[in-house]
Design a protein around this ligand. Structure first.
Ligand SMILES: [Zn+2]
Length: 432
């Protein structure tokens, strides 16, 4: 797959110093001394990019079931996040990163958490993952008052983290300021956070918006406006703004997102599981809005595979728009090129083209769950592939998954350490 989504048969690539140099043909003579990896009949794709995840929540998978957004946050997720210590946060991030890489994701944008954010940055660096992260900013919290910090601290610490980690790991890690959502941020915090962007070239403003009807009503009650109209009225809507969800938007809000070139991170599994709604993605795409994909957190999904998000992003629109809507190619684009553009890193990743970083995955589509023909490779990837078909994953020229297994982590150790830390975290939560 090149940048135009053409399928190049019998083609490989030359990778040097983590960068794609050129395409090579299957029968090309390779000079002696070069390292050759030969995967006949595998599909080579750009690594998937997820523009909205919560690594800190991976530990809480299965612990916040059957709740709508505001209850899900106030009864489960905020109390759990509030009881993270460095150790529990570390293992949560590791398990999330391992699952993301195993399922072909090579770049993310993470929402972070309020305390110990350095742990998430350090784990992202150790895993080799490309991406954006930021300390989650919360300076008012009517849903769960003890998970909150003063405005000055939130802003000051965020700027310190941006200074420390923006462009770290040779530019692989970048900073995304992460005010959680309107209901947990003062106007002052949102505005000053947005102005801080100008001190960090390439940084982003990452938040949630218009996810749930009750949330929208609450925002209207407090601000007198709809989410996006409010963001616009305080001057934080621009091309470096990425909003997760954007399900409940009026026509004016859609027009504001389009004209200000803000980006939408679509999270179909999460939107369905929390009963939030179905975002009108074909409508947004028609207007030229950039839409990419994200699994959101493990407790609202409960899986971090981009394959699931692509499949659902396509299928949920078909009853309304017809079977030809949201084609397999279109959703693969959302998971690769669109996402790279949303994050401002399309010169580095998002497609397999000379000059870009070698962020890749190899799929074996010869399993019993795959079609017995190669008539439409894109449909095979989106509608029939699963994690067992993802065999090799590379980030900037380094293998992170080999033969379906993590090169970075011992998965059994992650699971047993995760169980132990979760038990302690629940004890901390219950004794508070
Ligand atoms: Zn989220």
């Amino acid at each position: 797959m090149n940048g135009n989504l053409d399928v190049l048969k019998d083609t490989g690539i030359e990778v040097r110093n983590g960068t794609i140099k050129r395409y090579i043909k299957r029968n090309e003579v390779i000079p002696e001394g070069e390292k050759v990896f030969n995967f006949p009949d595998y599909i080579l794709l750009p690594g998937f990019i997820q523009t909205h995840v919560h690594l800190c929540q991976t530990l809480f998978r299965g612990l916040a079931e059957d709740l709508p957004l505001l209850d899900w946050l106030s009864k489960r997720i905020f109390p759990y996040e509030n009881n993270h210590n460095r150790k529990s946060l570390e293992i949560s991030a590791k398990i999330g990163l391992c699952e993301l890489q195993k399922t072909g994701t090579t770049a993310i944008m993470d929402m972070g958490t309020m305390r110990h954010q350095e742990v998430i940055f350090e784990e992202m660096i150790k895993s080799g993952m490309r991406g954006f992260a930021g300390k989650c900013m919360i300076d008012t919290n009517g849903l769960y008052p003890s998970f909150c910090e003063p405005y000055e601290d939130s802003l000051k610490t965020s700027i310190e983290f941006a200074k420390a980690y923006h462009n770290s790991n040779n530019g692989r890690i970048k900073y995304a300021f992460a005010p959680r959502f309107v209901l947990s941020c003062s106007e002052k915090l949102l505005k000053e956070t947005y102005s801080a962007l100008s001190d960090f070239e390439g940084s982003l403003f990452h938040s949630h918006s218009s996810e749930n009807k009750q949330e929208v009503e609450e925002v209207r009650r407090i601000t007198g406006k709809e989410n996006i109209e409010y963001f616009n009225s305080i001057g934080v809507l621009g091309e470096r703004t990425v909003f997760a969800h954007c399900i409940h938007l009026n026509d004016n809000e859609i027009e504001l997102i389009r004209s200000k070139k803000a980006k939408i991170a679509h999270c179909p599994s999460s939107n369905l599981k929390l009963g939030s709604g179905v975002a009108d993605i074909p409508g947004y795409l028609n207007k030229g809005i950039n839409v990419s994909l994200g699994a959101d957190g493990a407790p609202c999904n409960n899986n971090l595979s981009c394959l699931n998000e692509m499949r659902l992003a396509s299928l949920i629109q078909k009853p309304k728009y017809g079977s030809a809507a949201m084609s397999a190619q279109e959703v693969i684009k959302m998971a690769t090129i669109n996402a790279a553009e949303a994050l401002g890193i399309a010169n580095e990743t998002g497609s397999i083209e000379p000059g870009k970083k070698a962020d890749l995955l190899l799929m074996d589509l010869n399993g019993i769950n795959n079609p017995l023909n190669d008539v439409d490779i894109y449909s095979s990837i989106v509608y029939s592939a699963d994690v067992t078909n993802i065999k090799e994953v590379m980030i900037e020229g380094e293998w992170v998954i080999s033969n379906g297994e993590s090169v970075i982590y011992n998965e059994q150790e992650l699971v047993s350490e995760g169980k132990e830390e979760l038990k302690k975290l629940i004890e901390r939560k219950n004794t508070r």
